[in-house]
Design a protein around this ligand. Structure first.
Ligand code: IMP
Ligand code: MG
Length: 186
């Protein structure tokens, strides 16, 4: 597969991506979110439930700015395979008694249709946490099909495919510190 970077463009396979949200804008937004979380979870037993792999950058940058001492748990959720569209099915595994009776914040990379996050929320409920909220780096409101409450989000974006800052296309591009958006497919 063709994988290439240029000054203003990333190429993966037949797809070309252009810069969309800068590193600076991302950092500023994360500072704002951390400020809210620090206020909302003051004196609470907070668990960051991080969905792998996509939310790693967002979660780590957020965690560095969160002053409340938190617990960390991870979960692997997968729905996309190597496509640009959701497979409509979510596979994942949580086995954590750590969530019981705690205030759980599910940290996601992106809420697209909302299937993944609503499935995770239902699963987390089984561990009877004190509260469950969602912090997602991105949300695509046009694609949302589930009635879910997203308390913290970084940016609302159009429905086009994005990569970088943890998000991938066919597993490539997670390392990019800028967010890129699909420009064209040849
Ligand atoms: P949902 O279940 O339809 O909400 O899809 C959520 C999952 O699909 C995310 O956790 C991502 O892994 C993946 N996803 C959705 N949109 C994008 C995108 O634009 N780029 C990369 N991954 C995406
Ligand atoms: Mg994901």
């Amino acid at each position: 597969m063709r994988v290439e970077y240029r000054t203003n463009e990333i190429i993966i396979g037949d797809h070309s991506f252009k810069q969309f949200i800068s590193k600076g804008k991302i950092e500023k937004r994360i500072r704002e979110l951390a400020f809210e979380i620090n206020n909302d979870y003051h004196r609470k037993e907070l668990v960051f439930l991080i969905t792998l792999k996509g939310a790693i950058f967002f979660a780590v940058d957020l965690l560095k700015k969160v002053k409340v001492p938190v617990c960390i748990e991870t979960i692997i959720a997968k729905s996309y395979g190597n496509n640009l569209e959701s497979a409509g099915k979510v596979n994942f595994f949580i086995n954590s008694e750590l969530l019981r009776n705690k205030d759980v914040l599910i940290v996601e990379d992106i809420v697209d249709t909302g299937l993944t996050i609503s499935t995770i929320i239902e699963e987390v409920k089984k561990f009877e946490p004190k509260s469950i909220e969602v912090a997602t780096f991105l949300i695509k409101p046009e694609n949302l099909k589930f009635d879910i409450k997203i308390k913290y989000f970084g940016f609302k974006i159009p429905k086009d495919f994005v990569i970088g800052y943890g998000l991938d296309y066919a597993e490539f591009g997670r390392n990019l510190t800028t967010l890129y958006i699909l420009e064209r497919t040849s």
